[in-house]
Write a protein of this length. Structure first.
Length: 318
């Protein structure tokens, strides 16, 4: 493995934060401030969170009421791809570099070589997932921005798999949308096969492999532990607040139609048009019903559980 483009330095960061909104804000800040001829590698673990791709629909990809009930955050990231569940048993890695030296397979090979040093023989499948046998333990996604790229992914070590499955169980399927859909795969915790494995040794193994690969092209300038207050500035705070906002996590959902079958003897179905997370129009064959529903719904935030309850409640009104 060698780079055609000379590097000046490689920077490695480890975050001890557990807030997904903070870690994703810092990750994006590292992208925005990436110096020329520099590669950055960030490691972090989050508390219970569902992280959806930039172009996804949260109601299709997650069980929103379950998340709210159990205090699980839902955060939209800036990269594409599918929804993932994060908890303390999942180690996240993020390669940040200039587009001209980005190579997805090379980055993932670094992860595989590091695991191989720990006695774990993983493979890369055609979808660029990392596999152990026939089960996936790592997925990845990327974001290109102004000649730079974030390439980040997960490593399942000791994730609570029943919570993962319940969290990523979409709450509705009666939605028409062009939003990106996740592709579910059978998954595996590496600690189920290698019980003594821990996040720190995986991180150290990746760092060591990175030094072997990139140290020949550039000096490892520093290993920094990122603690959010130490890197506090207006830009990170702005990204952090955005990551927590309803407007970002729900309002940035691609436009969609939520449809309901006919009821109360009416022919044809009912479609609610949702734009930026708000119901903006209603379509149905009955003009009387349409006027009634527009008065009730137009301009309201989309919440499918409340919509369904409402339709049950109005059966005797129409």
């Amino acid at each position: 493995m060698s780079f055609e483009n000379p590097l000046r330095c490689v920077e490695i960061f480890s975050s001890y934060l557990s807030d997904a909104a903070q870690n994703l804000a810092f990750e994006e800040y590292l992208l925005e401030t990436l110096p020329k001829a520099t590669i950055r590698l960030l490691f972090y673990r989050n508390s219970d969170s569902v992280v959806i791709g930039r172009h996804q629909n949260p109601w299709l990809e997650s069980n929103v009421p379950f998340l709210k009930k159990h205090g699980i955050k839902l955060i939209r990231r800036i990269s594409g791809g599918g929804a993932v569940f994060h908890d303390a048993g999942n180690l996240n890695f993020s390669f940040i570099m200039e587009k001209e030296i980005f190579n997805r397979e090379r980055n993932l090979t670094i992860i595989l070589r590091a695991l191989d040093k720990l006695g774990i023989r993983g493979d890369l499948n055609k979808r660029f997932d990392l596999m152990y046998g026939d089960r996936k333990f790592s997925g990845n996604a990327f974001c290109f921005r102004r000649g730079k790229v974030i390439h980040h992914g997960t490593i399942l070590l000791k994730t609570t798999l029943h919570k993962l499955r319940l969290s990523l169980q979409g709450m509705v399927d009666n939605i028409n949308t062009a939003a990106t859909r996740s592709t579910p795969s059978p998954v595996l915790n590496l600690c189920d096969v290698f019980p003594a494995l821990n996040p720190e040794e995986v991180e150290d193994a990746v760092k060591g492999t990175l030094r072997q690969v990139w140290g020949k092209s550039a000096q490892i300038q520093k290993t920094a532990v990122c603690d959010f207050p130490d890197y506090n500035n207006d830009k990170i705070e702005e990204l952090y607040r955005r990551n927590l906002s309803w407007e970002w996590n729900y309002g940035r959902t691609p436009d969609f139609y939520f449809f309901l079958p006919s009821f109360n003897g009416l022919k044809g179905r009912i479609d609610l048009k949702v734009k930026k997370g708000f119901i903006v129009d209603v379509y149905t064959e009955s003009q009387e019903l349409k006027s009634f529903l527009i008065d009730k719904f137009k301009g309201s935030p989309f919440e499918p559980e409340l919509v369904n309850v409402f339709f049950i409640g109005i059966r005797n009104e129409v």
